[in-house]
Every structure is written in C-alpha cells, then in structure tokens.
Design a protein around this ligand. Structure first.
Ligand code: SF4
Ligand code: SF4
Length: 471
C-alpha cells in the first residue's frame, strides 16, 4: 500500500503507485485541460504532486512543453534570482566493498588503483582547492568499513575545516558517503557538516538489486530509508538524486518526487537539494551498456519538471555534463554547479588531470576562473556563499525562509560579498574586471537601502583585507 508517511521504503516508494502514476500520465499527456490546471497550480509556487509532475514530463504538446520550460525559468528566477552557487567534490578514498555495476570503484574492478588520502594528503588537496577559490566542498568516499570507517571520514572533516591557507577557508563540507546508522549520522552532524547527500541511483527495486549485486548497498530498504535515519540523527539538510540512465527516466522521476513528498510528510522538511547525474564513461564502465540512457533534450525536460514540482529545492549539476548542457540547465532551474572538479583521489595536487582513479569522465574541464567568468558573461552571479548552516538556518527554519522567498535578502548580498572575495584573492585580471562591473550593477538590485549601505561598507573592507562577512 502506498503511504508517504510510512517509514518502510516499499510503502513510501511504492511500485504499484509509480506504475499507476505512469499510466495516469500517459492517459493525460495530451489532455490540455488537465495540463493547464497543473500549470496553474505550479504557478502558485507551491509545488506539484508526483502524479501532476509526471503528466508534465510525459506531455508532448510542443506549446505546453514550452510553457513548462518558461515556468521553470521563472520559478528559478523567483527563488534563486540569477545566483549560482559553486562547489567542488573532494574524493577521499576509492576503496569500496560494493559491487555497483555502473561505478569503476566497484569491488570486483581489479584494474583500478586503490587509494585513500592520508590526513597530510587531505591537507594538500584542501590547500589546492582553497588556492582556486573554493569555499564549499562535497566529500566523497566508497563504502569500506575497514579502510573508510566513520572515524576516518570524521578526521577528514576536522582536517578540512582546520586549514586556513592565505585567505582561503573551506566553510561548508557536504558529505556524500554510503547509507549508515543513526549514530553515525549524529556524529557527522556534530562534526558540522552541511548537507548529507545520498543518491538513490534507481528507485526501481528489482533493477536496484541487479545493479548492486553484492555488498551492503544491495539492501534496497536500508539504502532508501537512509534519509530518515539521517534526519533522526539530527541532519536536517539532505540531498536526493538518481543516476539517470539506469532505469526508465519516468519511473525514476516519479520515485524521486515521492521521496521528496515522504520527507515532507514525515519530517516536515523536503530535500535541501536534488542532483541530476547521468551515467558516464569510466574505467571498466561503458554507458552504452545501460539501455535506458537519456538524450540531452529529455534530460533538460526532467530538470524543468523538477524545478516546477519542487520549487524550493536547490538543484545540482556536476562536471559530468559538458558546457553546452550545463548552460541550458542553468536556465531551467539548476542553482548549484561544481567547477574545476577532479574526480580522482588526490587529483587536485597533480599538475595534469589524473585519470587512473577517476570515478567518471569529466566533460567540463575548465578552470574555476573560467567557469566564474563564463557565468558572469551570461549575467549570473557566481556565489561562494555558505552562510545558512553557519547561521543556524537549516531544516525547517531554512525551508520557511526559502518558501517565503525571504532567503533572497541573504543570498543576494552574500553572493556579492563572496564573489568579491574571489575577485580579490583568486581571479585573473580579466575576470576581476568583469566581476567588479557585475557587482556594481547588482548592488542596485538589493531592495533595502540600509542593506545596500552595509554591503558597500563590507565590500570596501574586503578590499582592505577583511573576510567572511555574511547575512
Ligand atoms: S557507487 Fe559508491 S558504493 Fe557503489 S561502487 Fe561506487 S563508490 Fe562504491
Ligand atoms: S544565504 Fe543560504 S541559501 Fe542563500 S546562498 Fe547562502 S547558504 Fe545558500
């Protein structure tokens, strides 16, 4: 039985409910009256149910699809303005006991070198990331209780936060590690993490079990119920995601939204972020082996429908995607991107991009300075803001501010001040020139005179060497 309030995976991600949803969507995909009603509801910015959003995803009427795209763009502007938050992944270890068939770190892969960073190496990686200008990291590690126990992850987080090189600092560490116990989530929370991110990979149980034939990750229920344990452990910002290309995208889409509805129903807080990765080429992995691969067009439609269905959530796209796709996705609702990522263990400290321990091929290989300038040339404000969790704005407190759009009063000035830090400390002369102009223009978009004045004062102070101002 489908029950969003249940704590059992198979009840809140209910297979029959998904099949009925897909049937309903198929039946109504050309029903203009139904589609218009859904669009009307979406315009109220209160989000859509998985059934409603699935109709929009299935819809093939060009004018209506265009309306969905326009609405996604509008919602993005309403909630996030023109700011794009920037982060980088940091790979700590590729030891893994699981058998995920789409990931090169799977246990049976005998050709990939195994590597785990020492604390000294973590320090060197963090300095390299700080020297690019990064302030926000997502740490990644395979599941291996012997090589990567929770104590190792906690040590790494401590090391990362402790390093201050020149004007650099990592101010928010998001964590992407395997499903674990309430007690371990509590320890992560105490270590001061930002968001806990765990991709479901696929919501289709049967496929899930085939794609994860061995290791603890084989347990569908334990994996799917991880966010509930994380929230029980006190982590109130969680990030969902599916790996598009593993199962039918319409099925995944419905499952993803049901998961978001479940978190709202049980914990009163929906997902802080939703990531949209696609299967990519890597050592021992051929994406063509998965026959559910999706085109760029479908991928963009998925992003637009997520934005319309869950307007308050941050949407993340990584360097798995190339510049062209990333550009298109920014218009349709993506609010966070990674920049200058290296997806190998120890990759940031090496001159040339290493490929030996890469988790996936990086399509967008530009430097952070290039990415920042690229965003500004398109009139986006690259933001290195990490203010919320440091100000205690997490979970339902954050969501209330976000849903009422008041959060913008913080996001916008914080984006300008953190961009200013980047321009002062790390930007090339050309990027700095473009950035200064953008900041000057964007100060005028701060609504309150008083805030405008404070921002101007703080920008001056940043020029004089002060750092880390925030609202
Ligand atoms: S996806 Fe994660 S759990 Fe699976 S093999 Fe890769 S690193 Fe291990
Ligand atoms: S103020 Fe909060 S929501 Fe806005 S960009 Fe900063 S951390 Fe994100």
């Amino acid at each position: 039985m489908y029950n969003p309030k249940s704590l059992k995976a198979e009840e809140f991600i209910n297979h029959e409910e998904i099949l009925e949803t897909l049937e309903y969507a198929e039946k109504n995909k050309n029903n203009v009256e139904v589609i218009d009603k859904i669009l009307e509801k979406a315009r109220e910015l209160k989000g859509l149910s998985h059934r409603e959003a699935s109709v929009l995803l299935a819809c093939e009427i060009p004018e209506k699809v265009e309306e969905v795209y326009k609405l996604a763009e509008q919602i993005k502007k309403d909630f996030y303005g023109n700011r794009i938050v920037i982060f980088a992944p940091l790979y700590l270890s590729n030891y893994c006991v699981n058998g995920c068939v789409y990931c090169p770190y799977h246990h049976q892969n005998g050709t990939i070198p195994r590597k785990k960073l020492t604390q000294e190496e973590v320090k060197a990686e963090v300095i390299a990331l700080q020297d690019m200008g990064h302030k926000r990291l997502a740490i990644e590690a395979g599941e291996d209780p012997v090589n990567n126990p929770i104590e190792y992850i906690l040590d790494c987080i401590k090391t990362i936060y402790s390093i201050q090189h020149k004007n650099g600092a990592i101010r928010r560490v998001n964590v992407n590690i395997a499903a674990t116990t309430v007690e371990n989530y509590r320890r992560l929370k105490e270590a001061g993490i930002g968001t806990y991110i765990l991709f479901q990979e696929t919501y289709h149980k049967e496929s899930y079990e085939k794609l994860h034939p061995t290791g603890p990750k084989h347990n569908y229920a334990y994996h799917t119920e991880a966010m509930d344990r994380a929230m029980d452990g006190g982590i109130d910002d969680v990030g969902l995601g599916v790996l598009f290309g593993l199962e039918m995208y319409k099925y995944e889409f419905a499952g993803l939204l049901m998961h978001a509805e479940h978190l709202e129903a049980v914990h009163g807080v929906g997902p802080h972020t939703i990531s949209v990765p696609r299967v990519k080429k890597a050592d021992d992995i051929d994406p063509d082996a998965f026959d559910n691969g999706i085109s760029d067009e479908i991928f963009e439609k998925i992003a637009a429908c997520i934005r319309v269905a869950v307007p308050y959530t941050g949407m993340i796209i990584s360097t798995r995607e190339n510049e062209k796709v990333r550009k298109q996705m920014l218009h349709l609702g993506v609010s966070q991107i990674s920049g200058a990522s290296r997806t190998s263990v120890g990759g940031y400290t090496q001159e040339e991009r290493p490929h030996d321990t890469e988790q996936f091929d990086v399509s967008d290989q530009r430097t952070l300075d290039d990415v920042v300038k690229w965003l500004m040339d398109m009139d986006y404000i690259p933001s290195f803001c990490t203010a919320c969790y440091r100000e205690g704005r997490t979970g339902d407190r954050f969501m209330a501010l976000c849903k009422s759009k008041q959060i913008q009063n913080c996001c916008h000035p914080n984006a300008l001040m953190t961009l200013k830090e980047f321009l002062e400390d790390y930007a090339s002369p050309e990027t700095k020139k473009v950035g200064e102009k953008l900041i000057e223009k964007e100060i005028d978009n701060i609504g309150k005179e008083k805030v405008k004045q404070i921002v101007r004062e703080r920008l001056k102070k940043i020029e004089q060497g002060d750092r880390d101002f925030r609202f």
